[in-house]
Write a protein that binds this ligand. Structure first.
Ligand code: SAH
Length: 514
């Protein structure tokens, strides 16, 4: 049996763009990914859809026994012949216990490699313009931890020695910041040495406070900075952008109305990149909580017989991105390509579906003004088609097994021919444990893009505390209501841009009220 291997991949400080190319390659190939609490959703979405994702959410205060458990999982999966990636925040070897994982693998005869990452110790100061070795301000820097496994507080450093180093970078120092500052001062460091603390560096929630060694802990507490933070002590901290002790970036907050908001999305993450991208652009922290999954048939079915009769149709109407993907798979499976569609007019229900077509080199002839089956039918019926006498629209409708039949029934009511063919199936699934835990921790909104996800949410009893339940369109909103859940938001037009804008508006108003 082939043996697997373990790769420790440094995930970087938070911004997914700060993962190395090599790390990304490993992530995309992995059979199993063990990730930390701080790992970004965007990175996890790089995983293969069938990869096993295991959250090993170490957080301050977790029993140390967790590390042995992680080691055991790494070794056990690798011995099963799997490619295992251990995704670790920042750099795996900077206060990351990475070497313990390497040792555990070595002891078990499992090969283990390390892909370094950008440590928050470097990225956090850089993100606010602080150069740790700025000429004239610092010739050296040291990185220390505020938490030792033995005492829970800072390790027994030689504080007098540390006090002499130009720049001191403190990781895991939120709880012990006052203690560390006092120890540096009694070690001989001037109480008025500039200091800066950065929260969630390189993410959309980044903020920082500046102060001096004597009051930096109080500044952090006053500003309500939360973990994770990096603190820099030394002349170099003067370089921190922004003079105020609490820099909130008001312009950025206006452009990014969802900064600091946690939004769960219940659709399959592989299909929802645009939605996730827009939410993150607006500053939100996104939580992928898929409740449905599209499954594409691997055997011939109705769609294949329709493909042999494409001449019978003058339109093909797509009502979802999965419909495009599923149809494309059948087309390829039948040994055909886009040329088979020559002469057919193409309709797409909305911009995301049209974009999926566009990626395959096809331009939709019609997209209705509002993205419903009824309006799609109207757009097809009103568009010029085959003008031969007595001819009517003959529409092939690739769809999922649970998709709505509104398009077909509207077309038929108008005397057109509509032939639905199933090109994918929607399966109801339980969300990954980590996503369910995030939901339970509390989110500001939960987004639903389909009635099946809404029903599954109700069936699983996932109701988040006080979260706004947002539906992409009126049908999904109705499904929420039927399932006994209050739908708190439906955008005027059923597209993801409108949804993200409406969420921004709503949450801004909520904030104004509290
Ligand atoms: N191996 C990691 C550090 C792990 S220890 C690295 O190289 O970055 C966890 C600590 O890292 C946190 O307590 C915090 O001090 C720091 N940290 C990690 N990501 C951070 C971020 N985005 N912003 C600020 N601090 C961060």
């Amino acid at each position: 049996m082939k043996t697997g291997r373990v790769t420790l991949v440094g995930a970087g400080p938070g911004d997914p763009g700060l993962l190395t190319l090599k790390g990304l390659r490993h992530l995309r190939r992995a059979d199993v990914i063990l990730y930390d609490r701080l790992a970004s959703d965007a990175l996890l979405r790089q995983a293969r859809p069938d990869a096993e994702l295991i959250a090993v959410g170490k957080s301050p205060g977790d029993p140390l026994g967790r590390q042995e458990e992680i080691n055991d999982i790494l070794v056990e999966r690798a011995k099963r012949g799997l490619r295992v990636v251990r995704l670790k925040g920042g750099d795996p070897f900077v206060f990351g216990r990475g070497r313990e994982e390497v040792n555990a693998c070595a002891a078990a005869g499992v090969s283990c490699h390390v892909v370094p990452g950008i440590s928050s110790a470097l990225a956090a100061p850089a993100s606010i313009g602080v150069s740790l070795t700025h000429r004239g301000a610092a010739n050296a820097f040291v990185v220390i931890t505020g938490r030792s496994s033995r005492s829970g507080g800072p390790p027994e450093y030689d504080w007098e020695a540390l006090a002499k180093i130009d720049a001191v970078v403190i990781l895991m120092g939120h709880a012990s910041l006052a203690d560390i500052a006092a120890k540096l001062i009694s070690g001989g460091r001037a109480a008025d040495t500039p200091a800066v603390s950065v929260e969630s560096a390189t993410t959309s929630c980044q903020r920082h406070v500046t102060g001096i060694l004597a009051n930096i802990a109080a500044c952090v507490a006053d500003a309500g900075l939360r973990n994770p933070i990096v603190t820099v002590v030394g002349e170099v901290a003067r370089m921190a952008r922004g003079e105020a002790s609490h820099v909130e970036h008001p312009q950025r907050a206006r452009r990014k109305p969802l900064v600091g908001r946690r939004i769960a999305v219940t659709r399959a993450s592989s299909s929802s990149d645009e939605l996730f991208r827009l939410l993150r652009l607006a500053g939100a922290e996104t939580i992928a909580c898929p409740l449905i999954r599209a499954v594409y048939p691997s055997e011939a079915g109705d769609a294949d017989s329709a493909l042999r009769r494409l001449r019978d149709f003058n339109w093909i109407a797509f009502t979802s991105m999965h419909g495009v993907e599923g149809f494309w798979r059948r087309l390829k499976w039948s040994g055909c390509d886009a040329r088979s569609l020559a002469g057919l007019r193409i309709a797409a229900i909305g911009p995301a579906t049209a974009a999926a077509l566009h990626r395959r080199g096809l331009v939709a002839d019609v997209t209705p003004p509002t993205f419903t089956g009824r309006d799609l039918a109207r757009a097809i019926l009103e568009a010029p088609h085959d003008r031969r006498p007595g001819s009517s629209a003959r529409v092939l409708c690739p769809r999922g097994n649970l998709a709505r039949t509104e398009l077909e029934s509207e077309l038929r009511r108008a005397g057109a021919i509509a032939e639905p063919v199933e090109v994918y199936r929607t399966e109801l699934i339980e969300p990954p444990a980590a996503a369910a835990a995030e939901l339970a921790r509390g989110v500001d909104a939960v987004v639903f893009c389909s009635p099946s996800a809404a029903r599954q949410y109700a069936t699983l009893g996932l109701s988040g505390r006080e979260a706004i339940l947002a539906a992409l369109g009126p049908t999904t909103a109705a499904a929420l209501t039927e399932a006994g859940l209050p739908c708190g938001l439906v955008p005027e037009s059923a597209d993801v841009r409108a949804l993200v804008a409406a969420l921004g508006e709503r949450l801004r108003h909520e904030e104004a009220l509290t």
